[in-house]
Design a protein around this ligand. Structure first.
Ligand code: NAD
Length: 247
C-alpha cells in the first residue's frame, strides 16, 4: 500500500517541526511548507536524505497561489496528498488599543487567511477525490482572548475555529473532515523567546497542570485526527490546554 502524504505548513521549526517529525515517524511522506525554506530543507534532508520521504516546498500561507503550487509539487512527487495541517502562524504582543491597520492585517493574514486558502485549495482537491483530512492549529487565545498574545492574533484564531466548522460542514459529504486543535501555551522556543521569564512563570503558575504543554503530544493528536479511521471526528475543536479552560 502506498504511504499516506501530509503537507505541514510552518514546518521548519517549533510545533511544525514536531508535527513533521511525528507524521514522518508514523509512516507518512511529509511535505514541509514554510517561508523559511532553508530551515525546512535542512529538516527534510535530515528525515529523508534522498527526498523520497520528505521534501521542502516554499510556501507563504498568505498566498493562495503558493498553496496551489505546493499541492501540484506534492502530486508531481508522490501522486497523492491525504492530509493538510494548517500550522503556520505568528503573533506580536501589542496592546489592543495600539494595534495599527498594518499590524492587524499582517497577523490576520498569516493566522486566518492562511486557513481560508489552505482549506479552499486542499478541501477542493480532497472533495474531488472523495477523501481527505484537514487539521487547523488554532489556540486557546481564540477561545479566551489570550494572555501573552495580541488581540489580532486571538481574533484570527477565533476565526480559524469558525472556518473549521464552515469547511467541515461543507466538505463532510465528500469524505473530508476538518478539525481544529486548540493548544494552550506550549514548551516551545517561541514561548521562551517572546515571553519575559517573569511573565512566563506567572502563566505557568495559572496552568492547572503546572507546566507548559508538549508539542509532540499535540502532534500525536494531529496524527490521530489525520487517520483514515477518523471519519466520525469532524468540525470539532480539540482543547489541549492543561486545564486552563474547561467547557
Ligand atoms: N507556541 C505555543 O505555545 C502555541 C500555542 C497555541 C497555538 N500555537 C500555534 O502553533 C502554530 C505554530 O507555532 P509555533 O509556536 O511553532 O511558532 P514558531 O514561530 O516557532 O514557528 C512558526 C513557523 O511558521 C513559519 N511561518 C511564519 N509565517 C509564515 C508564512 N507566511 N508562510 C509559511 N510559513 C510561515 C515560520 O517560518 C516558522 O517555521 C501557530 O499556528 C501558533 O499560533 C502555538
Amino acid at each position: 500500500m502506498s504511504k499516506r502524504v501530509v503537507l505541514v505548513t510552518g514546518a521548519a521549526r517549533g510545533l511544525g517541526e514536531a508535527l513533521t517529525r511525528r507524521f514522518h515517524q508514523a509512516g507518512y511522506n511529509v511535505a514541509l511548507g514554510d517561508i523559511a525554506v532553508d530551515a525546512a530543507e535542512a529538516l527534510a534532508r535530515e528525515l529523508s536524505s534522498d527526498g523520497s520521504g520528505a521534501f521542502a516546498v516554499k510556501l507563504d500561507v498568505t498566498k493562495k497561489a503558493d498553496f496551489e503550487a505546493a499541492r501540484d509539487a506534492i502530486l508531481d512527487r508522490w501522486g497523492a496528498v491525504d492530509v493538510l495541517v494548517n500550522n503556520a502562524g505568528a503573533s506580536k504582543v501589542v496592546p489592543v488599543m495600539e494595534i495599527t491597520a498594518g499590524q492587524f492585517d499582517d497577523v490576520i493574514s498569516v493566522n486566518l487567511r492562511s486557513v481560508l486558502f489552505g482549506c479552499q485549495v486542499f478541501g477542493q482537491h480532497f472533495a474531488t477525490r472523495g477523501a481527505g483530512r484537514i487539521v487547523n492549529i488554532a489556540s486557546l487565545a481564540g477561545q479566551n482572548g489570550g494572555s501573552a498574545t495580541g488581540a489580532h492574533y486571538a481574533a484570527a484564531k477565533g476565526g480559524a475555529l469558525t472556518l473549521t466548522k464552515v469547511f467541515a460542514r461543507d466538505l463532510s459529504a465528500h469524505g473530508v473532515t476538518v478539525n481544529a486543535i486548540s493548544p494552550g501555551p506550549l514548551d516551545l522556543p517561541i514561548v521562551h523567546e517572546s515571553v519575559p521569564a517573569e511573565t512566563l512563570d506567572n502563566i505557568i503558575a495559572r496552568i492547572p497542570a503546572g507546566r507548559l504543554g508538549s508539542a509532540s503530544y499535540i502532534a500525536d493528536v494531529a496524527v490521530l485526527l489525520a487517520s483514515a479511521d477518523a471519519y466520525f471526528a469532524n468540525g470539532a475543536c480539540w482543547d489541549i490546554n492543561g486545564g486552563l479552560s474547561m467547557r
